[in-house]
Design a protein around this ligand. Structure first.
Ligand code: NAD
Length: 319
């Protein structure tokens, strides 16, 4: 297949490009580098199965030649308010990537009679009142809250994707991605995993906000890509959660990180408004992915950390 990937120079888009090229497909990458980097796709420059266009998905998109599938991943995605690349700090660009970008990429799929896959997010569940989150849970999102630019853009994107499916018969898929980690992730994305892993590699005590009982679940990127492609090759049009359902407290998580990195510095507890602002619990119910796609994650946290550490060391100048 000849596959258009928007956001190809980002964390997930670059891994998807790698995997699809390895599987023998041709990838047309598109990105405006607003949060991604040319470094993430530099290794693909020599491949005859990769071409790249620097474009903004919020503008009209024309791709020369036939496209068999469109994977729409372009969007700011970092939840770290301190990062200039976070969606909080790119609010209009984020809404445009989710709304206009989805419209434009659905147009490419429609005119090519191509399959379409939308990268949605667990954030559409907002601050969930149902745990774990199943796909039929409609979510708890504040349309004017600080996260709304991301959550509501993705909710609109899901609705528009299904509208194109229902009205124009476009062959669409929607994946709701939960926290994912691995090489090429943004070390400053503000999530617990990069924060704690950075501290551990620098042999600092790991900072635990509150009592550390907040839970998280993290999916290694290769597992995620495997689930995404199973969905692409399936006939499922309704949203499917892809994420790792193994939930652990931040305390347990920090202890595993310290063990894998052999960090002797231990933990430090900080009481901070941050612990009440962060979602207390987030975990995917992956029953649909198991039943429909035969998918579940295979790479456990220790193995995923071992595969991610060399990239973190390089970024931190420790390699
Ligand atoms: P990322 O920031 O690394 O990648 C996003 C890419 O999109 C970047 O390369 C950026 O430059 C590009 N982009 C943004 N706006 C654009 C525009 N208007 N035109 C062209 N390119 C544009 O983020 P990521 O973590 O790889 O996320 C990719 C997708 O997956 C996003 O849609 C995100 O919402 C979704 N997602 C990711 C996670 C995760 O854990 N990483 C979780 C849920 C959902």
């Amino acid at each position: 297949m000849r596959i258009l990937i928007t956001g190809a120079a980002g964390f997930l888009g670059s891994h998807l490009s790698d995997r699809l090229i390895t599987d023998g497909h041709q990838v047309v990458g598109l990105d405006n580098f607003i949060t991604g980097s040319p470094n993430n796709i530099a290794h693909l420059a020599a491949s005859e199965n990769f071409i790249f266009y620097k474009r903004d998905v919020s503008e009209y998109i024309f791709i020369p030649g036939k496209v068999d599938a469109v994977l729409h991943f372009a969007s700011p995605a970092s939840p770290n308010p301190q990062s200039p690349l976070a969606y909080f700090n790119l609010p209009i660009q984020t809404m445009k990537a989710g709304a206009l970008g989805t419209h434009n990429t659905l147009g490419v799929a429609k005119s090519n009679n191509a399959r379409y896959l939308l990268a949605s997010t667990s954030e559409i569940y907002g601050d969930p009142t149902v745990h774990p989150q199943t796909e039929d849970y409609a979510g708890n999102v504040d349309p004017t809250g600080p996260r709304a630019v991301y959550d509501e853009a993705k909710r609109f994107a899901e609705s528009l994707t299904l509208a194109y499916h229902r009205q124009h018969n476009v062959d669409t898929r929607i994946v709701r991605i939960f926290n994912t980690y691995g090489p090429r992730m943004d070390l400053e994305d503000g999530r617990a995993l990069p924060n704690l892993l950075k501290q551990a590699l620098l042999k600092q005590p790991l900072t635990i906000y509150g009592d550390g009982q907040q839970t998280r679940s993290f999916c290694y990127v290769d597992d995620l890509v495997d689930g995404l492609l199973r969905l692409l090759y399936s006939n499922e049009h309704m949203p499917v959660n892809i994420g790792n359902p193994v939930e652990m407290s931040l305390l347990q998580f920090a202890e595993i990180i310290n063990r894998v990195t052999q960090n002797p510095a231990g933990l430090t507890f900080v009481s901070d408004a941050r612990s009440s602002r962060d979602p207390q619990r987030r975990r995917p119910d992956i029953t649909r992915a198991q039943n429909i796609l035969g998918w579940q994650p295979k790479i456990d946290l220790e193995e995923g950390l071992r595969r991610t550490i060399p990239y973190f060391k390089e970024k931190l100048g420790l390699a």
